[in-house]
Design a protein around this ligand. Sequence first.
Ligand SMILES: Cc1ncc(COP(=O)(O)O)c(C=O)c1O
Length: 334
Amino acid sequence: MLEHGGNLGDMVRRLGLPEADWLDLSTGVNPHGWAAPTPPPTSWHRLPDPDDGLCEAAAAYYGTEALLPVPGSQAALAMLPYLRRVGRVAVIAPGYAEHGAAWRRAGHEVVPLSASQLAGGAGTAFDVLVVINPNNPDGSRFTPETLLEWRNGIASRGGWMVVDEAFVDTMPAYSLAPSCPLPGLVVLRSIGKFFGLPGMRAGFALGPTDLLARLEEALGPWAVNGPARWVAQQALRDTAWQAVMRDRLHNEGDRLERLLARHFPQRSSGTPLFRTVLTPRASQIHEALASRAILVRLLDRHDGLRFGLPPDEAGWERLDAALADILETEPARA
Ligand SMILES: Cc1ncc(COP(=O)(O)O)c(C=O)c1O
C-alpha cells in the first residue's frame, strides 16, 4: 500500500501522544465538512436505488448528466486501467501516486511526466494521459482550453485523457465536467475533499456513456451504499453551503500561504485546501512537528511538506507557534 496523509493512528501508536492532542494537517480534506444529518432508516434497510435522485443532484452540481456514482474516485481510478488494452500511459508526477500504481498493476507502461513537461505538450503522444487538475501536492493546474486541446489529439487516435479533479471544487472554472461527455475524456470527482466527507467513500466518474457502462459493470451492483447516496445527494443540493464554503476556503488558503511565508524562505504552492513547501529539511521539520503532536504530510521524495487547513483558531496558533519554535532558531537552513 502506498503512503498517504491521514495515517494519524500510526503516529499515535509510534509517539504515544494521546489522539485527542493531535492537530492532523496531513490531508487536504476540508476541516469544516458538510454536517451530514442522519440518513433515513430505509437507506439502510433497502438496497440502493439508482433512481433515488442522486444522479439528478450530481448533474446539477457538475453541469452534466454523463456521470456514474462510484465508491470514491479512488475506486474508479483503480478500475479504469483494466478497461482498455495495455498501452503507454503518461501520468503527472509528482502527484497522487495511486494513478501510476493502478496503471502499472494492470500491465501498462507508465511514464511519469512533470507539470512542465506536460505544459510543453509531452503528454499527447501517449495512449492515455492522466492529469490531476489542480495537482496534489503542488497545486499546479492547466486551463480547460489547454486540456481540451490535448484531448482532441489523444482521442483522435483512440486514446483517453483522465482528469482527476478531486481538488477542483474551490475553483470550478478549471473543471472539464461541463464539457462531458466527449470521446476519450474521463473526469473523476471526489466528495471527500471539498465536502469534507472522505469516510463516506463517494465520488463520480464523468465520461462517455459506453465507457461509464463498462466501469459500472466492473464495479458491480450497489457500489455506493444507500446512506452514502442519501448524504451525497443532500450535500450536492446544498448550494448555499457550497457558496459560503468556497469563499471561506479561499480566505483560509490565503491565510495558510501567509503563515507559511512567515516561516519559510521558499514560496508555498497549492490550492485553498492545502499548501506545499519544498525544503531540504522536510524530514526533520516533519519529525519536529510530530513531536509537538502536529501531523503534516511528508512528500514521497522527502523534499517537502504539505499542510492542510487547521480546523480552528487554536490550531492556527499552534501551527504558527510550532513553526516559529522549530525554524526561527535556524531559519537560514530551512
Ligand atoms: C488527487 C486525488 N485524487 C483522488 C483521491 C481519492 O479520493 P476519494 O477516493 O476519496 O475520492 C485522492 C485522495 O487523497 C487524491 O488526493
